[in-house]
Every structure is written in structure tokens, then in C-alpha cells.
Design a binder for this molecule. Structure first.
Ligand code: IVH
Length: 667
């Protein structure tokens, strides 16, 4: 390549890689596969080597993605955390083996392990006690995430058996697939951005500043390296097995004498990795004998005694026939690509989500394009790229819509949100239908009614909103096809039964944006009836645990709409329960009934969670922020100064844990 052309290509590649880095590390929404990314990076590095005059310290090739964030204390690694040389081809594994053979005259063994797709962590143990947990960062120093890592059950806080006085363990922090799906479901309910895959979810979780939130997410840790002075063995496999006796989790590991066995391990796991509870993206092949590590040495970033073989993502190429736009119950618009059916990882794929307008723009998607479809960590397949060589000449870029496909209202986009919304909440048919489907769903009002029935009732004009369900009569239902007397009676019974569900279930069923099951429970306990909630002000809402500005505004907005207030009235008139049961305990023995508490600081006799449940068991409510609505600030050691100041300003009594227990036990 000529110098000038090379210069242009280098700057093009740098720009492209910078953009992908940003999407990967910052937005957590990668649009190309790791493999494609690696290929682009390789191309850049080889051009930069060939034309050193274009050297630039800011080139994406000059850094391995750093995860240093400002909020965590930085800790230096005693031994740098290197990365691994990657390959996608078996030939390169053969080459790797040849190189090893050239340096090593004796016989040697390999150890094969899975390449876990999570976040690398270094764990330091002193006298068997976990002292420090640090992320990889830039390889030399990373974030001190000890508090968060301590919450991971598979990381031993204290080792068992005989162990060296000082020990460093390296491993991968993962979010198993099941926990990932659960987390994303919760986030969707709350209208929060979804994590693109389990790795991003694990990385995002480790960065949370509040380790009690981290503790609620089912992170796991599998270790893959043991470093230290007085290790029991001079080989990797044996140390790893020993580490499992100390209490660490290890996964599939196999000692291989020949390359043939390495390939067998790779073939097996390429086929069976979907059965593992967590994601893997390849196999790591390491030399077993530590004695050979120095002999083989290191390149600037990677050891020469190990290599990673990466599995190819399952990918298919197919034609995109059209792009459709779906309207969800909250009015959110989701673009969906309709594909020429193609077989991928054992299923036929006909549609793939395009997420939002930005995604379409990033892909530079044109009508009728040939697209790459991949199944990543998610169940829904996604489009990861476009084969521009196969583009139909003259085809137009896919245009985003600016009006609702169902009701033609002009769409709106809120600052900071990726999705467009249809604002016609009260009149847009798919939103109305979606809300009713949500209302009857099992976790909401649990009315035994299929989505098709909801649609039918709406089409017949029998119900216009969820409250109308409670005014249906057996005769109304018998008038429509498929409904005999018996099934009509059953449905009416099921509707009737739902009237007595707890108030938090109704609140969730209303389908208020960002109010998922957990938030509904918290809000319903802070405001024990619909009337109380309707009366509540913005500040009162903000004071509830887990309620932030977005949720508070959404609730305020919901109850400011006349259409919603009339639904509430209809529900009430029909006898649907909209207040908390006054149970005996809270009525008679509830010394704290109606009282709101904020807890701050640490306590000597009880944990914060214990104090919270003591308050709740005695009829009180826990809220997170001090406002005029709060009755007591329960303060411990290191009480938050801002909370204390606010309580003083508002004349709210600050009490100790002894005073709290005194309030309960006093007759
Ligand atoms: S060994 C000197 N073993 O891959 C490098 N790494 O690209 C030692 N990883 O940062 C790493 N599974 O986060 C090793 N079984 C395994 C691994 C593994 C995943 C990750 C690790 C590392 C990256 C290297």
C-alpha cells in the first residue's frame, strides 16, 4: 500500500475503532462482534507497524480497554494483569505449539480451560483472609472493588486448609445467564436501559458504589490463576485443584498431553457451551509447568505460554425484507427487522430487534440490505452488521418514523432516552390494549384471560379500559364467539376474585411507567391507600425507598390525568380493593403504625436490615430521604451529615436504636 493511502486507512480505522470502543465501554451497546473488532484492530496494528511515521500515542492500538473509573480508589497490581493472544483458527494453535516446541526441549503438558466471558479480578489474600479485590484497569492499576467483591458468595472471605501466607488469585466475575435475564426483566419494568449482555451487566454491577445493591445480584466468580511465593506446586493445574480445596470455584479444566486432546476439548465445548449456566467465548490453552514460563517469556502485553482460542459467534447472513415499528404498552416504539427466514443455532430466525433509531444509524442500514444476524447472550437475535458489497444499488437508507404507526400522533423523544414514544396514552389502540393485557397478567391482577380475549372484548366495544372488566356480565360474554355459559361464568369469577388482591398488586397492574413490582410494593406500603397516594406530593414520593425523580414524576403524571382518575373511581365503585389490609398486628400491637423512619449510619446491636424489618413488623414504614413527611431519623455511628442537618432543620427527632426498641417494648 502506498504511504498516502496507508495514512488515510490508518486514520479511518482509528476513528472506527474509537467509535466501537465508545459503544462498547461507555454505552455498553456494541454493534459489531468481538471477532470483527479484533480483525479491525489487527489491521490497524499491522499498518502502524509497517508505517511507523504515523505513530500516535492516542491511537486505539495504544491502549488495552481500561476500566478505570474515577469513583473507586485505585490500587496497583503487584504483578501486571496481562491479556491473552487471541486466535480464531486451529492453524494458529498448531503454530503456537510449534513455537513452544522450539523453546522447550523436554516434554510438556497443556492445561485447557474455558474462557469465561466476564470481568477479570485480582484477589489478594493475606494469612488466608481476603484483603483486596482489584479490577484489571489498565493492567498496572485498577479499581479497588473489595467491598463489592465481598458480596459474591463464591469468593471465599477466609480460606480453608493450608495455604501460603500471601496469595494472589485471578479470576473472572460473571453474571450467570439466568440472573442476567432476571435483572434485565426488572430493568425493563422500571424503564431502565437494558444491559446488552451478561458481561456488561457484571461489569456495570461491579461499578455500583452501593455494595448492598451488588449483593442482591447473583454474581459468581470462577478463578483461573494462582500467583504467590510459597505455592504448593510449580504447575498450574495442580495449584488450581488446590485452590478449589481452599474454597474457590473452578470450572472445566483438563490436562492435555497432546494437541489432539486440546482440539478435543475445544470441539466438545464449542458444541456444549450453551448448556453451561454462564457465557464463555473460547478456550484458554496454557502450559502447565511454571518452570517454562520464564523460558517462553512475554510480549509487551501477552505471555508466550498461553493462548486463547475464540469460538466463532453463531452468525448467519440473510436479507432484510422490511422494518416494522411496534408500539408497547408504555408507548415506546421498537423498530424490528423482518428477515428472510434463516436458520441460526438450531432455530429459524424471522425477526430481529433493532432497538432504536441510533442503532439503525450506526449500522447504516439500507432497505433490502443483506445483514449479519447473531445470537449473543440474549435470546432475541440481533443484527450486528451489514454486507455493504451486496447492497442493492440505489437502495435508500432505512428511515425512522416520526409519527406513531398505530395512531399517527407525532412521536416524542425525551432527553437522555434512546427510544421514541407515542404520547397519545389515552387513545392509541396498542397502548390501551397493552395496558389491559398487563392489568390481567398473572403477576398483576391474575385474571384468567388470554391476550386474544382482551382484544376481542375491546373490538366488540365491551371494554375500553381495565376498569370496564369489573362491569362485565355473564350475558355480555355469552354474546361473543367461543364463550359458552360455563366459560363465561368462570371468567367472571376470576375477575371477581381479583377484586380482593392486595393494593400493591393493583398499583402494579395500573401500568404506571417505571412502576414495576418492587416499586409498587414500596410505594403501596408508604401510601397505604389509593387516596393517600393521589394526595401525595412529589417530595413525599421521593422520600420512598427506591423512588427516584423519574419514578416520582411518572406517578405524579399518572394521577394528574383525568382519564386515569376516572379509571380509579370506576375500580373503586366496582369494589376493587385499593388499600392495605389493616391486619391485627399492625392495628393492635403496631406501636409504630403510620410512622415513617429514615435510617442512617451503622448500629451496634442490629444490622440495618434487621432494624428495617423491626420497623415494618411494628407497622412503621422505611423511607430513604428526610422530608417533612418523616417522623423519626434513626441515627447510628457515622450518621449522614446531610440527613442530620435536614432533620434538625425540620425539627425531626433523631433517635438511637435503643430508643427505637424502647418505643416498641414500652406499654
Ligand atoms: S489466563 C496472562 N484464563 O481473558 C493472562 N484468562 O485476554 C492470564 N479470561 O483478562 C489470563 N477466562 O479476564 C485466563 N481461563 C482463563 C480465562 C481468562 C477468561 C479473561 C481474563 C483476561 C482475559 C485475557
Amino acid at each position: 500500500m502506498e504511504r498516502e493511502a496507508a495514512g488515510r486507512k490508518i486514520s479511518e480505522l482509528r476513528k472506527e475503532l474509537d467509535e466501537h470502543n465508545y459503544r462498547y465501554y461507555v454505552l455498553a451497546e456494541p454493534v459489531i462482534s468481538d471477532r470483527l473488532y479484533d480483525e479491525l484492530m489487527d489491521e490497524l496494528i499491522s499498518l502502524e507497524n509497517e508505517f511507523p511515521e504515523f505513530f500516535d500515542p492516542a491511537s486505539p492500538s495504544q491502549r488495552i480497554g481500561s476500566d478505570i473509573s474515577r469513583e473507586f480508589r485505585q490500587a496497583r497490581h503487584k504483578h501486571p494483569m496481562l491479556s491473552l493472544d487471541n486466535t480464531y483458527s486451529r492453524e494458529e494453535l498448531v503454530e503456537f505449539d510449534k513455537r513452544v516446541r522450539k523453546f522447550v526441549s523436554t516434554s510438556y503438558e497443556y492445561v485447557c480451560e474455558l474462557k469465561y466471558d466476564g470481568v477479570a479480578v485480582s484477589l489478594t489474600y493475606v494469612q488466608g483472609i481476603l484483603e483486596l479485590a482489584v479490577t484489571r484497569g489498565d493492567g498496572r492499576q485498577g479499581d479497588d472493588v473489595t467491598a463489592n467483591v465481598r458480596t459474591i458468595r463464591s469468593v471465599p472471605l477466609k480460606l480453608r486448609g493450608d495455604y501460603p501466607a500471601e496469595l494472589e488469585i485471578r479470576g473472572e466475575i460473571l453474571l450467570p445467564r439466568e440472573g442476567f435475564s432476571r435483572l434485565n426483566r426488572q430493568r425493563e419494568e422500571r424503564g431502565e436501559a437494558l444491559f446488552a449482555n451478561p458481561r456488561n451487566a457484571a461489569a456495570g454491577t461491579l461499578k455500583i458504589q452501593n455494595s448492598s445493591i451488588v449483593a442482591k445480584r447473583p454474581l459468581d466468580c470462577i478463578i483461573y490463576r494462582v500467583i504467590g511465593e510459597g505455592l504448593p506446586f510449580r504447575s498450574h493445574y495442580e495449584n488450581l485443584k488446590k485452590a478449589s480445596e481452599w474454597g474457590f470455584k473452578i470450572s472445566e479444566v483438563r490436562k492435555c498431553e497432546r494437541l489432539k486432546d486440546v482440539f478435543e476439548f475445544i470441539d466438545h465445548w464449542d458444541l456444549h457451551r450453551a448448556e453451561l449456566p454462564f457465557e464463555t467465548d473460547g478456550v484458554v490453552v496454557k502450559i502447565n509447568d511454571f518452570g517454562l514460563y520464564d523460558k517462553l517469556g512475554y510480549t509487551a502485553k501477552t505471555p508466550r505460554w498461553a493462548i486463547a482460542y475464540k469460538f466463532s459467534a453463531e452468525r448467519a447472513v440473510t436479507r432484510m425484507m422490511s422494518v416494522g415499528f411496534q408500539v408497547g404498552r408504555t408507548g415506546a416504539i421498537t423498530p424490528v427487522a423482518n428477515l428472510k427466514p434463516v436458520s441460526l443455532a438450531g432455530t429459524t430466525v424471522k425477526r430481529a430487534s433493532l432497538h432504536n433509531e441510533e442503532q439503525i444509524r450506526m449500522l447504516d442500514l439500507h432497505e433490502n440490505d443483506m445483514v449479519y444476524v447473531e445470537k449473543g447472550g440474549d435470546i432475541i437475535p440481533k443484527i450486528t452488521g451489514v454486507d455493504k458489497n451486496k447492497r442493492t444499488p440505489g437502495s435508500k437508507p432505512v428511515e425512522y418514523i416520526d409519527t406513531c404507526p398505530a395512531c399517527s400522533s407525532p412521536l416524542v423523544k425525551m432527553p437522555g432516552e434512546a427510544k421514541h414514544y407515542c404520547p397519545s396514552i389515552d387513545t392509541c389502540p396498542p397502548q390501551i390494549l397493552g395496558r389491559m393485557e398487563h392489568f390481567v397478567s398473572r403477576r398483576a391482577m391474575n385474571i384468567n384471560m388470554a391476550g386474544a380475549t382482551v382484544k376481542l372484548l375491546a373490538e366488540k366495544g365491551l371494554v375500553k379500559d381495565a376498569a370496564d372488566l369489573y362491569y362485565l356480565k355473564v350475558e355480555d360474554l355469552m354474546g361473543i364467539e367461543r364463550f359458552a355459559r360455563k366459560s363465561s361464568e368462570k371468567l367472571i369469577q376470576s375477575i371477581e376474585k381479583s377484586k380482593s388482591l392486595p393494593w400493591n398488586r393493583l398499583l402494579y397492574a395500573l401500568g404506571i411507567r417505571f412502576v414495576g413490582e418492587t416499586v409498587a410494593r414500596k410505594v403501596a406500603s408508604a401510601f397505604p391507600s389509593a387516596d393517600k397516594l393521589i394526595e401525595a406530593g412529589y417530595e413525599d414520593l421521593l422520600a420512598v425507598d427506591e423512588v427516584g425523580e423519574r419514578i416520582a414524576s411518572s406517578i405524579m403524571d399518572y394521577f394528574s390525568r383525568p382519564a386515569n382518575l376516572s379509571i380509579i373511581k370506576k375500580l373503586k365503585d366496582a369494589g376493587v380493593r385499593m388499600e392495605n389490609e389493616q391486619d391485627g398486628r399492625k392495628e393492635a400491637g403496631g406501636k409504630l403504625t403510620g410512622k415513617k423512619f429514615v435510617i442512617s449510619g451503622t448500629f451496634g446491636q442490629h444490622s440495618r436490615d434487621e432494624l428495617k424489618s423491626i420497623i415494618e413488623q411494628n407497622g412503621g414504614t422505611n423511607v430513604s430521604a428526610v422530608s417533612s413527611n418523616v417522623d423519626y431519623l434513626l441515627g447510628g455511628e457515622n450518621i449522614g451529615p446531610a440527613k442530620l442537618k435536614k432533620a434538625k432543620e425540620l425539627n425531626i427527632p433523631v433517635i438511637t436504636e435503643n430508643e427505637l426498641t424502647g418505643m416498641i417494648n414500652h406499654d
